[in-house]
Design a protein around this ligand. Structure first.
Ligand SMILES: C[S@@+](CC[C@H](N)C(=O)[O-])C[C@H]1O[C@@H](n2cnc3c(N)ncnc32)[C@H](O)[C@@H]1O
Ligand code: SF4
Length: 398
């Protein structure tokens, strides 16, 4: 697809085929944040990763067959370290291999690398959405979180993204030691005043093996206590709902028509391609003769070197491919589906697991106000979403 018809050409009518989301993992970062345990590596010159990703996509086309692309998501790491040319090469490859139907094409960007020419280049390449790692506008907080940007840069990057992309999402981290309700309120006010259409709010988690985990081991507190954390979460929810955002997933809020199509594909249990180092994928195959379905979970080779080598030698970056059992598939469907407002279909759960949920536990959770049932749909109430792990544990272990 040429650059000229890419901008207006996303809305290509697809033949009726199953939807497919595409995840591209770009693992490099300018600096590794002290709280992050994603599959990330310090930025370096790498001329083999992009060709490997493009070739791996061809292998994925063989696995999935013809499908309709509903989203492409460049995640990381820091995919805003990619050039517009690299981003366009990936989008063009996906367009050549599958059929587009008005896909959401999103990229995660760090404010520090803001570059108007590159961002306009991403837009020209077909990007429809930018997800910005704002985290906070408070300079001391950004320093504490080990970020490269300051509050003024966060503000400028947000304004620029809103000027260029039809949909912009801002990530905020809450619950860092020293944060008060007023500080969070101020961050929310600023993100809203800019006109941001989607907000992801992540509670700071202390992940094993990170610099923050090591600091905590030395007795240095990095996160607030659970009571304040719950109050901060309530503040986010109340503030954003009050101004018309839908709380459509545990950590995600959107103005109407700005939900993340890509993340919804994960939560709804749809299929997704996972290319790039350490990327996860899911693909469902149907045997027309027996009308049975199998779903595989794939994980790509973890390091950029191992990933690119595997693609060169075998044509595929996949390191492990596991067929999900009925129990594995149905549990994942439930765990992911209860994160979203629309919840899960009980009939679909029964179909996947071969048995239904434990009725008495289900009724007890409804009685406790943690789950809601409406016909075939089961969803977590707003109270239930706060303690979702405990709710799903009760459902799955009963
Ligand atoms: C993995 S990053 C990728 C995007 C980009 N590199 C960035 O940092 O903004 C995606 C988001 O994950 C969140 N995140 C990463 N580690 C986290 C942690 N330990 N606790 C809470 N949020 C975290 C941050 O809010 C970040 O914006
Ligand atoms: S939080 Fe983002 S920028 Fe920081 S190390 Fe993780 S992926 Fe890289």
């Amino acid at each position: 697809m040429s650059a000229s018809n890419r901008m207006g050409g996303n809305r290509i009518m697809a033949e009726a085929s199953e939807p497919l989301a595409v995840y591209i993992h770009w693992p490099y970062c300018a600096r590794i944040c002290p709280y992050c345990d994603f599959n990330v590596y310090k930025r370096k010159e790498d001329v083999v990763l992009l060709p490997a990703i493009l070739r791996d996509l061809e292998h994925w086309r063989d696995l999935t067959g013809p499908r309709t692309i509903t989203s492409i998501h460049f995640g990381g790491g820091t995919p805003s370290l990619m050039t517009p040319h690299q981003v366009a090469a990936v989008i063009d490859k996906v367009a050549d291999l599958w059929t587009f139907y008005d896909p959401e094409i999103a990229l995660e960007a760090n404010p520090h690398e803001m570059n108007a020419a590159d961002w306009r280049g991403y837009r020209a390449a077909g990007l429809t959405r930018m997800s910005l790692g704002i985290q906070s506008f408070h300079d001391p907080a950004l320093k504490f979180l080990g970020r490269d940007h300051d509050g003024a840069t966060a503000q400028a990057a947000l304004d620029l993204a809103l000027d260029i992309f039809p949909s912009v999402s801002a990530d905020l981290i809450f619950g860092w030691a020293g944060q008060t309700l007023d500080m969070l309120s101020d961050d929310l006010r600023r993100v809203l005043a800019a006109g941001t259409q989607h907000i992801s709010t992540y509670q700071l988690t202390i992940e094993d093996g990170t610099a923050f985990a090591n600091a905590e081991t030395r007795g240095q507190t990095r996160a607030v206590d659970t009571d304040l954390s719950a109050d901060l979460y309530d503040l986010v929810r109340d503030t954003l709902i009050e101004v018309g955002f839908d709380h459509y997933e545990v950590s995600n809020f959107a103005k109407p028509s700005h939900r993340s199509k890509h993340n919804l594909a994960y939560w709804q249990g749809l299929d997704y391609v996972g290319v790039g180092p350490g990327a996860h994928g899911r693909v469902t195959e149907k045997d027309n003769a027996t009308q049975t379905q199998t779903r595989s979970a794939t994980i790509a080779h973890l390091t950029p070197g191992a990933y690119s080598r595997a693609v060169t030698e075998t044509g595929s970056g996949i390191d492990s491919r596991e067929i999900l059992t009925g129990e594995g598939w149905s549990s994942e469907y439930l765990l992911m589906g209860l994160r979203i407002e629309e919840g899960v279909s009980l009939a679909r759960y029964r179909e996947l697991s071969g048995s239904g949920l434990n009725i008495s536990e289900l009724e007890a959770l409804i009685e406790d106000g943690l789950l809601d049932k409406d016909g075939d749909r089961l969803s977590a109430s707003s109270t239930g979403r706060v303690v979702l792990n405990a709710v799903t544990e009760r459902l799955l272990l009963s």
